[in-house]
Write a protein that binds this ligand. Sequence first.
Ligand SMILES: Nc1ncnc2c1ncn2[C@@H]1O[C@H](COP(=O)(O)OP(=O)(O)OP(=O)(O)O)[C@@H](O)[C@H]1O
Length: 270
Amino acid sequence: MPSDPEPAPREDPGTDEHAAPPVHLGEDPMVVVDRLHVTYRVLGADTDDGSSRVRRALRRGRPRPREVHALRGVSFVLHRGEAVGVIGSNGSGKTTLLRSIAGLLPSDRGQVFTCGQPVLLGVNAALMNDLTGERNIVLGCLAMGMPLREVREKYDDVVEFSGLGKFVDMPMRTYSTGMAQRLRFAIATAQTSEILMIDEALATGDARFRRRSEDRLKELRDEAATVVLVSHSLGTIEETCDRTIWLDHGRVRMDGPSPDVVAAYRDEHE
Ligand SMILES: Nc1ncnc2c1ncn2[C@@H]1O[C@H](COP(=O)(O)OP(=O)(O)OP(=O)(O)O)[C@@H](O)[C@H]1O
């Protein structure tokens, strides 16, 4: 198993023939991504560099980290009022891009500017199995940056939405997978934001909960000024987003009106 990723050291900016030209801001920019590069460094990965096992065993010093250059000079501007889809094959850099915009990953080159703190809705909220649902709601909301007063105000709604009922006082390890997912979703969507980023993986739970989640996402979308949606479902992207960015091996392959970008992507993948 790879060790936890470490941010790669900053490289010398130098020149990059693949870097996009500096971005043009246009009117009312909410997110500016300017020639962004992100590299993961995986320590302890077994790199098969062709050297013999004996030579590898004798090699002095620490094992060489493996580097994954996940974003390679990505640039674009998102404006107020836009709903933008991000598509691309597995490993093309979609999640990395959202995490970078949310400020959860350092860049090794390039910059991200946002107007306010973006909220990234993902299913991976780190909840604690030994704590009750109630404690997890409070800690989860605080961890998202919500002030305690707002956590108190929203607590009942989160419990109601999660559908946990009296289980909210039980430790999370006693929950079924579906119940834990519902709790994560309820916590993640408790917060509203001007810049809302949604990972498709959120569509979890049974049919009734899925319908409620879709309604909740719609409400959040209506409240947000700018929405970014990552999805493998081209239908959802076409329905929800006016504009789509196609990522390919860490680069922007196409950025334009959703029907055009989705059609080009389908041509290549279907
Ligand atoms: N924590 C990590 N440590 C090391 N490499 C990572 C890590 N997360 C992602 N990567 C690598 O970075 C690249 C981009 O991954 P990312 O998850 O951003 O792609 P994605 O487009 O979201 O993929 P998917 O559609 O499968 O969710 C991939 O090569 C992936 O292996």
